[in-house]
Design a binder for this molecule. Structure first.
Ligand SMILES: Cc1cc2nc3c(=O)[nH]c(=O)nc-3n(C[C@H](O)[C@H](O)[C@H](O)COP(=O)(O)OP(=O)(O)OC[C@H]3O[C@@H](n4cnc5c(N)ncnc54)[C@H](O)[C@@H]3O)c2cc1C
Length: 378
């Protein structure tokens, strides 16, 4: 008999309990040490969070986008770094393999990802190619029955811990988007190295790295999807990923709101209560848009516009509310170690990751003038 599906609200309850027990007590240590402890990653695996959105056929935990969003939101309230680690694994590594993998690739790759034995990463950005992903310079060539990759990737999340990395490379930069293909790279492959771990303002604990691929030889079955489909794979993964990142931003916005609310006393000036009211309205919009984007994706409807606006509004809300939180709690709120200060630093990264605010505006502008399209059009 098939197992009864677990509802999104039950996933939320589990994630909240998990976050309170395993994550919140370590949030300051994760930020200061810039590291998510292995015990937390192992516990995420035991609770099956790494298998969210993957079918039981590959040991996945099931759960739709609404469930994933609920889990990321709850984890992010406690530690945005933990939530983003999970979001990257699920949305831009496991999901594209599920969508584009051959039966053999799914069999080989999805089980360890679902169990959390391997963490997933996604390497598109390069020193000279961020928003304009078609400008990547990491090259691949076919040598005999193999592919050989050479280049540098920048800002790759999860790559220190990763066991499976999606790497995007071009056959010939002159071909533009048509030259790009996606490859599955196991980090132990000779020629692959993590050149450096990048320090950063916020989301400390979520690994951010520079990767070097110096003649990495990959077998033919490392190609994900048809040759030349790499940019389509990357951009469709990012469209789905944006819903998850929006949920992570929402979690930070909620945490900042609660921190601000708890710092306001009865005899405080009225402007502080007004800030709280403004924050409440920003939070309500962000929450509604994140749920709407998840619902559209789960209903199989076009969701690119909904994902972009959710990411845009939730990341703006996180920055605005966290910024108010620092002011309301000033002067202590601006000091290292104060929760408002950490939340502000975490919030500030969300307008950049998985498509900057300006790129969301471009996507929206294009979509609004052209009408809704399929996610794979981007
Ligand atoms: C913490 C963190 C984690 C990350 N994780 C990953 C990861 O796992 N994998 C990965 O591949 N990448 C990752 N990135 C990279 C991220 O996706 C890029 O930083 C982002 O796409 C922007 O690229 P860029 O930084 O090169 O900025 P640029 O593209 O150079 O943009 C610089 C500025 O110009 C603006 N801009 C650019 N083009 C336009 C335009 N056409 N119109 C208007 N404004 C424009 C941008 O909005 C931005 O404000 C991560 C980044 C961070 C900070």
């Amino acid at each position: 008999m098939a197992a009864t599906p677990v509802s999104a609200s039950e996933w939320r309850r589990r994630a909240r309990e998990f976050a309170e027990r395993h994550v919140r007590p370590l949030a300051v240590e994760i930020d200061r040490g810039d590291r998510v402890p292995d015990t937390v990653l192992a516990a995420l695996g035991s609770e099956r969070f790494f298998g969210l959105g993957l079918p039981p056929e590959w040991e996945g935990a099931g759960g739709d986008t609404a469930a994933t969003v609920a889990v990321l939101d709850e984890l992010s309230r406690a530690s945005a770094a933990v939530a983003v680690t999970l979001a990257v694994h699920l949305s831009v590594c496991a999901q594209p393999i599920l969508a584009w993998g051959t039966p053999d690739q799914k069999e080989r790759l999805l089980r360890p990802l679902a169990r959390g034995e391997r963490i997933g990463a996604f390497a598109l950005t390069e020193p000279g190619a961020g928003s304009d992903a078609a400008a990547i310079r990491t090259r691949y060539e076919r040598v005999g029955g193999e592919f050989v990759l050479r280049g540098t990737k920048m800002f790759t999340s999860n790559a220190v811990s990763a066991g499976t990395i999606l790497v995007f490379a071009t056959r010939d930069a002159g071909l533009g988007s048509a030259g790009i293909s996606a490859f599955v790279v196991p980090p132990g492959t000779p020629g692959f190295s993590v050149a450096q771990r990048l320090d950063k303002l916020g989301l400390r604990g979520s690994e951010t790295t520079e990767l070097v691929l110096d003649g990495v030889h990959l077998p033919a079955d490392s190609l994900l999807g048809p040759e030349g489909s790499g940019l389509k794979i990357a951009l469709s993964a990012l469209s789905g990923g944006r819903v998850g990142i929006a949920a992570c931003a929402l979690g930070v916005a909620e945490a900042a709101f609660e921190t601000m609310r708890s710092s306001i006393r009865d005899d405080d000036a009225d402007w502080k209560r007004t800030r709280l009211a403004i924050a409440y309205s920003e939070l309500a919009s962000a929450r509604a848009l994140v749920r709407e984007a998840a619902a559209a994706k789960d209903a199989g409807q076009p969701f690119v516009r909904a994902a972009s606006v959710a990411k845009l509004v939730a990341s703006r809300a996180a920055v605005a509310i966290a910024s108010s939180g620092v002011e309301v709690a000033a002067p202590d709120g601006a000091r290292p170690g104060h929760p408002a200060e950490r939340l502000w630093r975490d919030a500030r990264v969300f307008p950049i990751v998985e498509g900057t605010t300006e790129i969301q505006e471009l996507i929206l502008a294009r979509d609004l003038s052209a009408g809704e399209r399929s996610p794979n059009d981007y």
